[in-house]
Design a protein around this ligand. Structure first.
Ligand code: NAD
Ligand code: AHE
Ligand code: ZN
Length: 353
């Protein structure tokens, strides 16, 4: 089928918040610098729900959402050298070209090469989509669009991984798990013994028993107190936490996460994605007195270089993935999977394509 249009099933978001529709979509062959991937498993991340909600300024409709997945290369376009048909891969919404100003800086994992295109739902080469239904284009999403049995990605947006790795598990290394791990290891650089506060135990620990398996020792419910949560935490920790992480996308919680940090050194990392128009605020005095406010995308990991390394770590049982997967459904059940996310009834749900 290389060089030919493939017709396959995909979940199409036609309008904000309207149920996704499973459609037969046409997926064009990969052009120069592009890779067509047969997606075998995809998980759902809250960011998919966020864009679907219509609050993402980069959200475009109709589109094919999805960015946490794993699959096998079906065919490659001209000039693609780093992957070939049959390779097992994880699509990477955060690209890594190794030659742009960002990649060469050594200071960030953000890559500039295809960012304009991935934000505009198109491919760099001809500024068009590779997805269509009866000739009508459907936008890409985050350069990945994994809610489709076949997708086309830029070659700088795909990581080749160990073919022995179970794709129904390592698909989570496309977003959620690296983001949490990297926020701790790369962005905050948390040291052993540090006091850490996590706001939003969603995928990373919704149920108390589950969070305990991940090493959480105390659970504080803001609703159990009259004082603001930042004050509660400062009192509980002799002046504040060493590190805090906001994993919700709520700007008032972001403020609390900064303000519960210890004077002089406490660092707060923003992971949650907040809607268009939302802004963060605090008294500048919070920063003057040594607190640090940071953010992270994909946990600061360089995607193509480090996703294969994370897969190897999982294979050596040095990082957990299985524990995050609470549900397994099929592509046809995708709306049910989003319902589960919104009801808070799951951590990650993996869909078999
Ligand atoms: P999730 O839905 O699994 O988890 C969110 C959790 O926050 C839920 O358990 C929810 O109950 C909890 N929550 C909501 N409001 C709360 C409040 N006021 N106080 C305390 N808890 C609250 O979502 P997820 O997939 O883990 O993603 C979390 C956030 O991180 C989202 O905003 C997502 O878009 C973002 N995200 C960012 C990156 C990045 O690279 N920066 C990567 C992945 C996800
Ligand atoms: N279009 C959104 C951007 C949302 C956002 O910040 N995305 C994160 C990844 S979330 C993954 O679940 C990210 O990588 N940001 C860096 C980038 O280049 O997009 C908005 O709100 O505008
Ligand atoms: Zn995500």
């Amino acid at each position: 089928t290389a060089g030919e249009v493939i017709t396959c099933k995909a979940a199409v978001a036609y309008e904000p918040n309207k149920p996704l529709v499973i459609e037969d979509v046409q997926v064009a062959p990969p052009q120069a610098g592009e890779v067509r991937v047969k997606i075998l498993f995809t998980a759902l991340c809250h960011t998919d729900a966020y864009t679907w909600s219509g609050k993402d300024p980069e959200g475009l409709f109709p589109c094919i959402l999805g960015h946490e997945a794993a699959g096998i290369v079906e065919s490659v376009g001209e000039g693609v050298t780093e992957v070939q048909p049959g390779d097992h891969v994880i699509p990477c919404y955060q690209a890594e070209c190794k030659e742009c100003k960002f990649c060469k800086s050594g200071k960030t994992n953000l890559c500039g090469k295809v960012r304009m295109a991935t934000g505009a739902g198109i491919m760099m080469n001809d500024r068009k989509s590779r997805f269509s239904i009866n000739g009508k284009p459907i936008y890409h999403f985050m350069g990945t669009s994994t809610f489709s049995q076949y997708t086309v990605v830029h070659d700088v947006s795909v990581a080749k991984v160990d073919p022995q790795a179970p794709l129904d598990k390592v698909c989570l290394l496309g977003c959620g798990v690296p983001t949490g791990l990297g926020a701790v290891w790369n962005t905050a650089k948390v040291e052993p013994g540090a006091i850490v506060a996590i706001f939003g135990l969603g995928t990373v620990g919704l149920a108390f028993d589950i969070a305990k398996n991940f090493g959480v020792t105390e659970f504080v419910n803001p609703k159990d107190y009259d004082k603001p949560i930042q004050q509660v935490l400062v009192d509980l920790t002799d002046g504040g936490v060493d590190y805090s992480f906001e994993c919700i996308g709520n700007v008032s919680v972001m403020r609390a996460a900064l303000e519960c940090c210890h004077k002089g050194w406490g660092t707060s990392v923003i992971i949650g994605v907040a809607a268009s128009g939302q802004e963060i605020s605090t008294r500048p005095f919070q920063l003057v007195t040594g607190r640090v406010w940071k953010g992270t995308a994909f946990g600061g990991f360089k995607s193509r270089s480090q996703v294969p390394w994370l897969v190897d770590k999982y294979m050596k049982k040095e990082i957990k993935i299985d524990e995050y997967i609470t549900h397994n459904l099929t592509l046809g059940e995708i709306n049910k999977a989003f319902d589960l996310m919104h009801e808070g009834g799951c951590l990650r749900c993996v869909l078999k394509m």
